[in-house]
Design a protein around this ligand. Structure first.
Ligand SMILES: NC(=O)c1ccc[n+]([C@@H]2O[C@H](COP(=O)([O-])OP(=O)(O)OC[C@H]3O[C@@H](n4cnc5c(N)ncnc54)[C@H](O)[C@@H]3O)[C@@H](O)[C@H]2O)c1
Length: 446
């Protein structure tokens, strides 16, 4: 009897493996945002039948009509996949009963007190647990602190006697996409996979090989969770360092950009990071806080992260201080001046304004009495807390009417020539103008 059960389990595992290898495995992606939707489409385009599960009614309705809410995933791709019946959408968890693989890509923000907010992961976990089918492979992709997959998902899935590696399979695989980066997408960014058991890792690895060139396996979900946080911590710390040095360079009357260019000629042991108006988005601003929160439970204070955060958070104020100085040189004050921001998304070539430093800069300038306008081809309207602004067309009049033009995001396709020609004073926090070869007296840099 025991041997029959074991043989059945072995068969179920090899069935799942075969289905995945043959791209017949039905894959459900939970959460169709910047991460989930490109992943869903990648699996569908590779040949898998896929199901997108989204709780936002608005997004679900848009997607069901073949309309993409995510930049970089074109409507035609969705429409084509819907037509071919490879792609379906659902809004309730009962739909996962028919699926072989479930991948979770829900948000992992911070609470108001800067603690991890795992409410989205918890609700997805419960939804899956209530509908878990034997032999399903579940993968968490949302960035989170080390231990989440085993402490939260595994505990919940095993609570009624099911066993990982026997009745279901569980992995963590961090998402590493870089929205707006034309050189890297899902297919050419190596995928890290850590399963709870070896069988879990093997299944996860076979699955991702269907859509990415390289899969890197690690020994546990914890190692995979931590690898993502190491990448992002490395970035927050180095950006914090160069921001702090940029402030010091200003006092020393040294051009930090020139210094970085010189330093980066060293062919080893140096990697350039650049100063800016502050950090935004999820990866750098939020993710390392998950690690520092978790480390505190083990009596460790991750001081590098906290220090880098403090320095980076001081940058919007530093930018506003520079704006005040530049206006002062023209016998003007922030109060009553018209200031035009170029770019409000948190980084170039994306439409994402989450945690964007431009928002804090706008709030600071407005609170000091400035008349703030902005131009951003990726963000036609900016509705964020108290801010209600529409992107102004970049005309000669918009530029000449502004007392100061503040470049906060270095979008690639921007009419920088007109900006240089038409602006009275420019403060370029990204050094994009000099990088593009513009030399003009009205250009000032961070
Ligand atoms: N955006 C990035 O560049 C990026 C890069 C790497 C990793 N990540 C990580 O990936 C995760 C997702 O980020 P994102 O930017 O795609 O977020 P997002 O807000 O763009 O998308 C998440 C989606 O999940 C949906 N959702 C929330 N709870 C749900 C539930 N219970 N069931 C179904 N759908 C649900 C939301 O409605 C939303 O559409 C986060 O952990 C983030 O840190 C993001």
């Amino acid at each position: 009897m025991v041997s029959q059960i074991k043989a059945k389990q072995k068969n179920m595992l090899s069935d799942l493996k075969l289905k995945i290898k043959n791209k017949e495995a039905r894959i459900c992606v939970v959460g169709l945002g910047y991460v989930g939707l490109p992943l869903l489409v990648a699996f569908a385009e590779a040949g898998h039948p896929v199901l997108g599960l989204e709780i936002s009614k608005k997004k679900f309705e848009l997607l069901s009509k073949g309309k993409s809410p995510v930049q970089g995933v074109e409507d035609q791709r969705i429409k084509k996949l819907i037509k071919s019946k490879k792609l379906k959408f659902a809004s309730t968890f009962s739909a996962i009963k028919t699926q072989d693989v479930v991948i979770i890509c829900v948000p992992t923000p911070l609470s108001k007190s800067w603690d991890p907010d795992l409410s989205f992961i918890m609700s997805a976990t419960l939804g899956i647990s209530e509908n878990l089918k034997k032999s399903q492979l579940i993968i968490l992709e949302s960035t989170t602190y080390p231990g989440t997959t085993e402490e939260i998902l595994l505990t919940e899935f095993e609570k009624d006697g099911l066993q990982v590696g026997r009745d279901f399979y569980l992995c963590f695989s961090p998402e590493r996409i870089d929205p707006g980066n034309a050189n890297f997408d899902t297919s050419n960014i190596p995928k890290v996979v850590g399963g709870v058991t070896n069988k879990c890792t093997e299944l996860g690895s076979i699955l991702y090989k269907n859509i990415v060139k390289e899969v890197v396996t690690v020994s546990s979900p914890r190692a995979a969770e931590m690898s993502k946080l190491l990448e992002n911590t490395f970035r927050i710390v180095n950006i914090g360092l160069i921001n702090e040095l940029a402030k010091a360079a200003e006092d020393l009357n040294i051009d930090i950009w020139e210094v970085i260019e010189a330093a980066k000629t060293k062919p080893f042991g140096f990697m350039p990071f650049y100063p800016g108006p502050g950090i935004g988005g999820h990866c750098i601003g939020v993710d390392p806080m998950y690690l520092s929160w978790k480390a505190k439970f083990h009596g460790q204070e991750l001081r590098f992260i906290d220090l880098a955060r403090q320095v980076n958070e001081s940058m919007p104020g530093f930018v506003v201080g520079n704006v005040a100085t530049l206006l002062n040189e023209k016998q003007k004050s922030i109060s009553g001046s018209k200031i035009l921001l170029i770019g409000v998304s948190y980084k170039k070539d994306v439409d994402d304004v989450r945690e964007s430093p431009a928002i804090e800069i706008i709030e600071m300038l407005q609170s000091q009495g400035a008349i703030v306008e902005y131009h951003d081809p990726f963000v036609p309207k900016l509705h964020w807390e108290e801010i209600r602004l529409l992107s102004k067309p970049l005309t000669k009049k918009t530029l000449s009417d502004s007392d100061l033009v503040l470049i906060t995001t270095d979008h690639t396709d921007m009419d920088y020539e007109s900006i240089v020609e038409g602006s009275k004073v420019i403060f370029d926090t990204r050094n994009i103008l000099r990088n593009k070869g513009f030399i003009s007296k009205n250009i000032n840099t961070l």
